[in-house]
Each structure stands twice: as structure tokens, then as C-alpha cells.
Design a protein around this ligand. Sequence first.
Ligand code: ARG
Length: 266
Amino acid sequence: MATTLHRLVKFIGVAAAAVTLGLAPGAMASAAPPPEPSMDPLIVGGTAATTQQYPWTVALLLDGTQWCGGTLAAPNKVVTAAHCTAGKAVSRWQIVAGRTDLRTSEGHTAKVTKVWQHPGYRSVTQGDDVAVMTLDRNLNYTTLPLAKPADSGLYKAGTQARALGWGDTTGNGDYSDTLRQVVVPLTSDQTCASAYSEYKSASMVCAGFPQGGKDTCQADSGGPLVINGKLVGITSWGEGCAQAGKPGVYARVSSYYTQLSTQISS
Ligand code: ARG
């Protein structure tokens, strides 16, 4: 019941976000073609994954309900999106590692003692959508290294990137109890800039197929986008989910390497 209520509240939030992005209410749902029965539209268009395979992928529960994803970058530090943490009291969070299926009590949990949000963060479309949470204990799972400025080669258009999360699988508020993954190619800056006038290549990177069909979606935010064993992106925003010509937008981790590293090692 509580879950249903929170997810309803979240869905209303999503509708509000659509208005913020200048879309008509309901446009996100109605603009997308109905999913084809054969395409298994699950993250959207993904497949099952486990936290054994991706041990650094964590769920961020707000008041006990899955809200965002995150990446374990040190045993007591989680990298996530600033739009996930903005305006939320630290006491409301529970961080869950090692739990593929959120209906179980597998794995380990931690509370949050401190949140650092990028000081420049204002809204997802303005960029700087990065945050680091400090946990009250170590979660002893494998951590994921961040992409550095010297890793700019990883950001070449067409590079296959893997995103993970427990988010919406259809764009209609169908949240997943189990971890999902999707592999999507990075787009060029030019492709993303023509999809979104707000795109900023210094703080964002886009991924998705021209025809759509595979994407992250609501409640995947804050979660990892990974190439070659490095965190290259943080799920941030998009117009609808998995729509043709509207790739997912991720915070460009290499641009924030110094600031994030300072927080992770503090
Ligand atoms: N902002 C969303 C969240 O809070 C993530 C949206 C990602 N959208 C996309 N089309 N890739 O969960």
C-alpha cells in the first residue's frame, strides 16, 4: 500500500517534470507508440541483471520505497544524481546493496549521514546533476572506478554503454522489483544537441538508438552508465523514455572527476 502510494506520488512528479520540460501533460505516455508485445519492454527494452554481476549497483530507497539508483565508489560512498537528493532530508534514505530483488531482504543496507550535491546544480536540464552520499557504515561490495578526463576515448560516439536500475520498464509507471540492464550506444554531441536544445557537452552525455526502444526511465536516475569497467555516466533525464530521436541524458562523470574524487576520498 505504502509502495503503491509512493509510486503514485512519483508518477505525478514525473507528469510535473514533463510540464517542466515543456511537454503537454500526458505527452510522455501518449507520444510513445504502444510497446510491441514481442520486444519485452523491460529498464525499457532491457534484460534481467543481478547484483552479483554488478555488485556496485545500489538501490536508493526514500522512506522505504525504491526511488533512484546509485553506484558504490568506495565502501561508504555512493555516487548518484543531485536531482535524486535535492531537498530530501538525509534521514529518509536507505541504501541497499546486494539485493537483486527488492522484495527480499538479501544483501546489506546502510543509512546516509551526509550528502554532497554539486554546488552548481539547479535542475537536470541545466547540468551538474551529480551528488555523493556518505554512508553510516561500509558496504563491503566491489566498487566501480570513475571515468577520468584522460578516459575521453570512452566517450566516442557509438561506444556501447550499459545502464542498470530498478526503474520504470514501460514509461507508464511500471517499476521493476528486480534489477534490469540495457546496453545503448553513446551518441555524438551533435546528435544530442539536435535532440535537446538544453544539451551541454561539458556536463552531459547521451545514449540511445536513433529508433529508440531501449533506455533508462523514471527511478533509474542516479544509477550507473558503465563502459569498460568505469562509471562514465549517471542517469539524469530525457523526454519520455525510449522514444525515437530522444536519447537518455546522463551526467558526464569524467567532467566531475576531481570534485567527485575529493568527496569519495574525504
Ligand atoms: N529523471 C529520471 C529519474 O528521476 C530518469 C530519466 C531518464 N530518462 C531517460 N529517458 N533516459 O528517474
